[in-house]
Ligand binder design. Sequence first.
Ligand code: M6R
Length: 617
Amino acid sequence: MCGIVGYVGWRGAQEVLVNGLRRLEYRGYDSAGVAVVDGTGGLEVHRAAGPLDNLVAVLPEEDVSGTTGMGHTRWATHGPPTDRNAHPHRDVTGKVAVVHNGIIENFAALRAELEAEGVELASDTDSEVAAHLVARAFGADPDAGLTAAVRAVVARLEGAFTLVFTHADRPDEIVAARRSSPLVVGVGQGEMFVASDVAAFIDHTRDAVELGQDQVVTLTADGAVVTDFHGETARTRPFHVDWDIAAAEKGGHDFFMLKEIEEQPASLADTLRGHLVDGRVVLDEQRLSDQELRDIDKVFVVACGTAYHAGLLAKYAIEHWCRIPVEVEVASEFRYRDPVLDRSTLVVAISQSGETADTLEAVRHAREQKARVLAICNTNGAQIPRESDAVLYTHAGPEVGVAATKTFTAQVIACYLVGLALAQTFGTKYADEVAREYAELESSADAVARVLEAVVEPTRALARDLAPSKAVLFLGRHVGFPVALEGALKLKELAYMHAEGFAAGELKHGPIALIEQDLPVVVVMPSPKGRAILHQKLLSNIREIQARGARTIVVAEEGDETVRPFAEHLIEVPAVSTLLQPLVASIPLQVFAAEVARARGYDVDKPRNLAKSVTVE
Ligand code: M6R
């Protein structure tokens, strides 16, 4: 949600922080700010509403002398995105500064407590209370140190938070704490970093330490000391980051999203790689016995947004291969309707970030009800996989564009892998059948590469042509239905255009009333061979909308001549098996949304009001 970076070392902190924030801007861009301890007992704080460049414009040209500091890029929750609500926030003396990601749920009570003591708060945020509370705790016993003050305060906080504190009287250290929000430590030579994401410090070090739940870390230039909220030494997990900064750069494209669209063949191949061992599909982590898995008699898939669309596709694969009922539900609804869960229920949680609050809470609810949880995630060690019984990581690499592209297709292929893993455990597929399906999945990377070669340019031209449209509808059937939903979501999210996805069979039950002269309608056709009956029905649907004046854009299998007369614009994708069709059909819809947004003059990577990971419910 928000991005946080902290630094203690020998470099000018301001530059390190600003560069780190550039890499974290995908987490929020409502405002940005930095605080640097200047070494003479002062704390230099600069903040500005809007994107990071607004902050850069108000920073002193000369880096202030301090080598300790922290920065923040905000996605607003409490209080509008103004200068006064931008982080870092300070206490009344101006000596303590804090940056915060998450929500302090009991902030109203804490604020009232501070106000009763005469403290005047300078912002509308929940975060500011933490600065005042730490200043008060430190002031009461300075010899106990900043870490003790932070521990005492975070133990009182409710909600999800990552907090980083600095104190002007302690110029050589920063102290951070986390609960249910991400925080990693970067270990350099004579310098240490702390951040929401390794991308913030990958320029300087690839050695990192993952912090656990309810931990506090004190950083000095020489190292990190990690404890729990009570001061007990805590266990952490060191890891080495295996991607470099080039992976997080735009690779010659105007926008990260365009690069990420092109990376899909690689991310599909990387996600599959190494998961068939001695004829068996293996997950990355499995803390469940085969017997526990065999006892599963029902599957729920929970996820949000694009990940939910991947989950809809999981249903087709798992039910088909395992003959077990699968329900797919948006995570934000799941736990509030009291779903029927027990030990024999498997909940598959899909989240690229692994920190989406709605999905995390659904996981927690499922576990409280004794259900087994399997996570599909793109972020190693994130909270959702940590709280799950089994994990399959997608290897899509860092995705900076807010719109999910390569993580979506990687999630789809990962869902299919889960389907195969379950089929082999349940015995609904023999080893040779599993191997055949796996090989089929492996062919998806080539198929997607061929789509990219063939459709990007014509789809961009089409998008520029249709960019002035008021609305676009997307229709699909069977596995084409989630593709239609995803195509519409991409267009809404990036081009701020009214877009809806429908199951084409539903058209005549209402949505057909929306069809008017020149309305663009994108139709995702099933294969005329694999799904002949559905193909026929969809042709009839296209006729119905064409008769009412719609402009038809049809995504169809290469060589499907029957559809040509009904397509004002035909986008041909390679013939693949039914389950792989969503992978090839989604690519042109991603390109379409990105290009419409670009033609309308919008920032493709940073759509308004959105953040890459949504850590509030
Ligand atoms: O990190 P997650 O996969 O849990 O995120 C879920 C959604 O917020 C996300 O897919 C969102 O819908 C995308 N921005 C869509 O492109």
